[in-house]
Each structure stands twice: as structure tokens, then as C-alpha cells.
Design a protein around this ligand. Structure first.
Ligand code: PCA
Length: 324
């Protein structure tokens, strides 16, 4: 009798032990569709994690805001409902100034400058995420932001009254400063917002123009290259700590690979996206010097406001970024 019992207990333990060791399953929500460069990169990342961990960490990718909507993903990771997730940093500008930095217009406009800004921002970003029980795995820039509109825009004043789709507090603020009417819509709902006429313009990348078939509604893209916001992939700290050391290393390695691959992919696809827009009937327009100047002025003003909010940490980031 005793023997039987202990044998049974032993086999239960064995089975439990084996399955606990064999696999950890994580969910990874992202708000963007399969065609998106960040999601293409995530697909490879998930495969790399699987291979590098020897099948011990299985990540299920949920794209196109199917598990959580864009603004909910950060909180889901914080609460460990999702163990890992992709967020658009500038979406969270109202929580802490650090999230806003790479969403400011004309602070860093090309890939090199944006990468430099990222290096200046990174230690502070890590600190902020740690405070919220998360760690930063990697971050990748979106292609440069331009203006989608049907109107002729020769200067900032021509944007007055536009029904402007915003994706972040910063893009809503830009609308206010140019006299447009901002409506916050995340990318997953953007096509519908255009189809129903809720909005007639917005500022974003060629990649979002392509993902959402913006050319079906809007015929001009002003290639202002105003800023390159970043998506970050963040991990719940408790979930990370629960992994064994080799699996943690596998995840970190796959993350580092995804960061390098993602920046390159974003840069490589930038002109391809614009070609696709053009092939589908959209006019790609170089902004007039007046328009650039007007937007630049707005950028300077927003940076001043940001520095007031961000205090000494903010100044330290800007100084590190501007150091030759
Ligand atoms: N696309 C995202 C954010 C930045 C970008 O290029 C969007 O429009 O929602």
C-alpha cells in the first residue's frame, strides 16, 4: 500500500518536473499587423528564442491588437497578464516624460541621429521600466514621419481645420499648434477612421500608410522626416526572473539580434514603403522650406516644454545626444 502510494507520488512528481522543465509559454501582444516591419521582426525573434532556448521558451505572437489594444499592452505586461509585449513608447508620454522624447518633432530626424538619441535615452528608459516591474529587451525606430493629407500644404498655416488623426499626446499637440482638430486613433482602427471620414489627415510613416492602405483615401504624402518614434519590446521582470539562466541568456541574445535586425529592416524598407504608396497612386512630396521651418519651430517649442517637464534627467539626455 505504502509502496504503491509513493510510486504514484513519484510519477506525478516526475511528470510535473519534466513538463515544468520542458517549456515555458509566454504571450506577446503587438498592436501592428503581419505586414508591419516590427511584426516581421517579431516573427523572427520568436523563432530565434525558440531555437536559442532549445525549445524551452515558446512565445505566441498576437498581432494587430488582437489580444490587447495598443494603449493596454504596457499595463498587461506590467501585470504579467502578458509576459512580454511590444509598445509604442510615445503613446505613454503622459505617464513619464522619458516616453515622449523620441516622439518630439525635429529633435532627431535620420536613422543615425535617432540611434544616438536612443543611446542617450536608454539608461533612463530602463530605469523607468524597472520601476514599473519591467525590463527593456530592445527597441526599433519606425521610418521617418511625414504628413498624409489631400490638401496642398505649403506652410503650417495650410493645416488649419484638418481632421487630424493623432496616435500619441505629441501628435495631438502638433495638431493643436497648427490649428487642426485631433482625434486619437491607433493604427488598428485607422483604416476605418479614414473610410468613415472621421479623419482626413495624419502624421506617421510610409509603413503605416502602407499597412492601412491610406492611398485609398489620402493622395499626398509630405515627406517631412520629422522624427522616428520607437517601438520597444518589454518583459515582465517576474516572468524573466522565473526563467533558468540559460533561457534568460537565450532571450537576451534573441533580443539583441532583433534590435540590430530591426533598425536595418526599418531603414531598408523606408524607401520601399514610399515606392508602394507611389505605385498605388499617392504623390510623394518634398516639403517646402516654409513648411519645414514652421514644423521646426513647433519642434523647438515642444522641446522647451519637454525640458521643463523632464528636469535634470531630460537635460542630461539632450546633452548626451548633442555631444559630438
Ligand atoms: N506608425 C505608428 C506610430 C508611428 C508610425 O510610424 C502609427 O501611425 O500608429
Amino acid at each position: 500500500m505504502y509502496k504503491k502510494l509513493s510510486l504514484l507520488a513519484g510519477s506525478v512528481l516526475l511528470a510535473f518536473g519534466a513538463s515544468a522543465q520542458a517549456q515555458t509559454k509566454w504571450d506577446l501582444p503587438t498592436a501592428y499587423p503581419a505586414s508591419n516591419l516590427h511584426v516581421e521582426n517579431l516573427v523572427d525573434f520568436v523563432k530565434d528564442v525558440d531555437a536559442l532556448s532549445g525549445g524551452k521558451l515558446k512565445i505566441t505572437l498576437h498581432n494587430n491588437a488582437s489580444l490587447y489594444k495598443a494603449p493596454e499592452i504596457k499595463r498587461a505586461v506590467q501585470g504579467n497578464q502578458a509576459q512580454i509585449g511590444e509598445i509604442l513608447l510615445t503613446n505613454f508620454a503622459n505617464e513619464a516624460p522619458i516616453y515622449e522624447l523620441d516622439g518630439l518633432p525635429f529633435l532627431a530626424t535620420g536613422y543615425d541621429a535617432s540611434f544616438k538619441l536612443y543611446q542617450a535615452q536608454k539608461p533612463f528608459l530602463e530605469k523607468q521600466l524597472n520601476k514599473q516591474g519591467m525590463t527593456l529587451l530592445y527597441a526599433v525606430a519606425w521610418p521617418p514621419q511625414g504628413i498624409f493629407a489631400n490638401r496642398d500644404i505649403k506652410e503650417v498655416g495650410d493645416m488649419k481645420g484638418l481632421k487630424w488623426r493623432a496616435y500619441s499626446p505629441v501628435t495631438a499637440k502638433i495638431a493643436e499648434l497648427v490649428g487642426a482638430q485631433p482625434v486619437t486613433v491607433q493604427q488598428a482602427e485607422l483604416a476605418q477612421a479614414m473610410a468613415t471620414g472621421v479623419i482626413d489627415s495624419y502624421m506617421s510613416s510610409g509603413s503605416t500608410g502602407y499597412d492601412t492602405k491610406t492611398y485609398e483615401y489620402i493622395k499626398k504624402f509630405y515627406d517631412t522626416e520629422a522624427w522616428l518614434p520607437k517601438n520597444a519590446v518589454v518583459v515582465n521582470k517576474k516572468a524573466f526572473d522565473a526563467l533558468d539562466a540559460p533561457t534568460q541568456q537565450a532571450l537576451l541574445k534573441a533580443g539583441a539580434q532583433a534590435e540590430a535586425r530591426g533598425w536595418k529592416l526599418s531603414q531598408d524598407k523606408n524607401s520601399w514603403y514610399k515606392e508602394q504608396l507611389s505605385k498605388n497612386g499617392m504623390e510623394i512630396i518634398k516639403p517646402t522650406p516654409q513648411l519645414t521651418e514652421g514644423l521646426d519651430k513647433i519642434g523647438k517649442r515642444m522641446l522647451e516644454d519637454w525640458l521643463k517637464k523632464a528636469g535634470p534627467d531630460g537635460q542630461a539626455m539632450i546633452d548626451a545626444y548633442r555631444k559630438p
